[in-house]
Design a protein around this ligand. Structure first.
Ligand code: OXD
Ligand code: MN
Length: 588
């Protein structure tokens, strides 16, 4: 064992004062012991072993059900390096305000040392983390979400010194004493006061996005909030597409999409469904790996129609958090297939009926399931170099303005689309739902440094790559005046993926599209809206670029971009100006 990990664990124990320290080896026997412990103390409920073998339900503290962005901090030495979109705290303030919350915080508990790897063991891009936690629920989830245990200890023993330490304690679970703090300069994470996945599984948002984004900036790669999928055509070729969408906007469903055109040979394979680490390959293309080993997906809305592959994946060896339970210990959530059960136990453990007037499952209830249980897992999902990307999608949740899909003119314009994307907020974070906010590259809550510098880094990566992917914006969420979704989404998104492939493969990429001031928009025929049964007027709205709406959008973009002052790259400023010029051509 590298003495540095031991020294750090000793230092943490001297402050947190656990009763016991357990070094986790990641074995099934160890997991069974932890599960038994949690079943006996009520942390987990064993579900119906016939219907859901080896599955468990966890009900969390009702005050601890989602990421808490207002309690999440970037603790860089300079405030400007965190930038206007992050909460900032100086490292010194963090030591004064946050460190004391770890004092004796593990007294009466066991401290687990969880060595984990983000990325496949034989990938040159894989990275090591060590999480110390007093939550056995976190350990069981980390075992699904990462490669955990001996494989990592062996690496550290073999001399890997660049492991990222992450200290996690449940504390008293009070939001008043909750902090998720990231120190990019020392590559350290502290999280206290929450057991919620996005706050407590430190390999995920804290390491694989916030800390990794700062590593990527220094080392010339990108850590992104993106799914990765392989689109197989009838000819058998596979086009790899990454997609950045904010939390709870359908990344998991798109990555696991069941094709309505499967009998014609169109199929989707999943490489990843939440995070992509992207490197410039020797061939000038961008290559993406999925650093995770499992899926921490939103349960409500998942059903046999929206995501049959997820329904199959979660049918065994999965942990459910804050879903409802039926009389026979099966799980249930809003949007599941079939009639609503007449009696349930809701996510807080109370009896529930359809007359209760509340949600039986929390809107941000989750499943944690191993990637290997996904029936459409790509055979390339663990390829050491990753998969080569042909396209990147940026997708927000927008009731108006943004068409179903459009293509950027080039990399720089595509980076501008990512920088100015906006989306309505969801239940994945605490706070109001449905408010449009700027969410660049779907990284607003996850970028570990100043977003202006981040855009600059994207522009630089594009310069390093002689053959970068084409960039598209998509919007599955456009509604009509009655608030009805105009696009059926889910499996039918295959139509958009086919157009994207066509655009990147065809020499004459604009053949099935028309050029507009915002980008290249498909013709309704290219998407097949008529076969889908959409009315001509719905089809028109889905692809319309309304000049007034876009002038307003450009104004909002301006206000957002202004916040970055001199950290705003000139190229982004110029792209904004060019959009305005295209929207309001000046007569000469
Ligand atoms: C997630 C999130 O859990 O983005 O993936 O909140
Ligand atoms: Mn996510």
């Amino acid at each position: 064992m590298s003495s540095s990990v031991e020294e750090w664990v000793d230092e943490v124990s001297r402050t947190t004062r656990p009763d016991h320290v357990v070094w986790c080896d990641g074995t099934a026997a160890e997991n069974d012991r932890l599960i038994d412990l949690m079943v006996s103390d009520g942390t987990l409920l064993r579900l119906n072993d016939q219907k859901l073998p080896n599955c468990f339900l966890h009900r969390s503290n009702p005050q601890d059900v989602a990421r808490t962005e207002h309690l999440t901090f970037i603790c860089s030495r300079q405030a400007e390096d965190a930038g206007p979109t992050n909460n900032w705290m100086s490292p010194q303030d963090a030591h004064e305000r946050i460190w004391p919350l770890f004092n004796n915080s593990m007294q009466g508990r066991t401290m687990y040392v969880v060595p984990y790897l983000m990325g496949a063991a034989d990938s040159p891009y894989a990275k090591v983390g060590v999480e110390v936690t007093d939550s056995p629920y976190v350990v069981a989830n980390m075992r699904i979400m990462t490669r955990m245990g001996q494989v990592v200890l062996d690496r550290i023993q073999a001399g890997a010194s660049d492991w990222v330490p992450g200290l996690h304690s449940l504390g008293d679970l009070s939001p008043d004493r909750r902090f998720i703090a990231h120190f990019p300069e020392t590559r350290t994470i502290w999280s206290v006061g929450s057991g919620y996945g996005g706050n407590a599984l430190l390999g995920k948002k804290c390491y694989a996005l916030r800390i990794a984004s700062t590593m990527g900036r220094e080392q010339g790669w990108l850590a992104e909030h993106m799914l990765i999928l392989g689109l197989e055509s009838p000819a058998g070729d596979v086009t790899y597409i990454a997609g950045a969408f904010p939390s709870a906007c359908g990344k998991t469903n798109l990555a696991m999409l069941k094709s309505p055109f499967e009998s014609d040979g169109w199929k989707v394979w999943t490489v990843g469904e939440d995070i992509a680490w992207i490197n410039v390959g020797p061939d000038g293309r961008l290559w993406a790996i999925n650093p995770e080993a499992g899926y921490f997906g939103v349960a409500p809305g998942t059903n046999r129609k929206t995501n049959p592959n997820a329904m199959d994946a979660v049918s065994q060896n999965s942990i459910f958090t804050n879903v409802a339970m039926t009389d026979d210990r099966d799980v249930w959530w809003e949007g599941m297939d079939g009639p609503v059960p007449q009696r349930l136990i809701d996510w807080q453990g109370n009896p529930w009926t359809p007359a209760s007037g509340t949600k039986a499952a929390h809107p941000n209830s989750r499943f944690t399931t191993p990637a290997t249980q996904n029936p459409v897992l790509s055979t390339h999902w663990e390829d050491p170099q990753g998969v080569p990307l042909s396209a990147i999608l940026f997708g927000g949740r927008r009731a108006r303005t943004v068409p179903l899909v459009y293509r950027s003119f080039d990399w720089e314009h595509g980076v501008f689309l990512g920088a100015t994307m906006a989306s309505e907020t969801t239940a994945a974070a605490t706070g109001a739902v449905g408010v449009v906010r700027g969410d660049p590259m779907a990284m607003l809550p996850f970028c570990g440094y100043n977003m202006g510098d981040y855009w600059n880094h994207w522009l630089e990566v594009g310069k390093q790559a002689s053959n970068p992917p084409a960039i598209f914006q998509v919007n599955w969420f456009r509604t009509d005046d009655q608030g009805r979704y105009m696009w059926p989404g889910f499996g039918e998104n295959m139509r958009v993926l086919r157009w994207v492939r066509d655009q990147v493969l065809s020499r004459n990429g604009t053949s099935a599209g028309r050029e507009t001031p915002v980008g290249i928009v498909p013709t309704p025929e290219a998407i097949g809206t008529r076969d889908l049964g959409l009315s001509a007027s719905d089809a028109e709205t889905l692809f319309e670029i309304d000049r007034d709406d876009w002038l307003r959008e450009a104004e909002d973009q301006h206000a957002f971009l202004q916040k970055f002052g001199d950290r705003l790259p000139d190229a982004i400023r110029a792209q904004h100006q060019a959009l305005q010029n295209r929207l309001s051509p000046v007569a000469v």
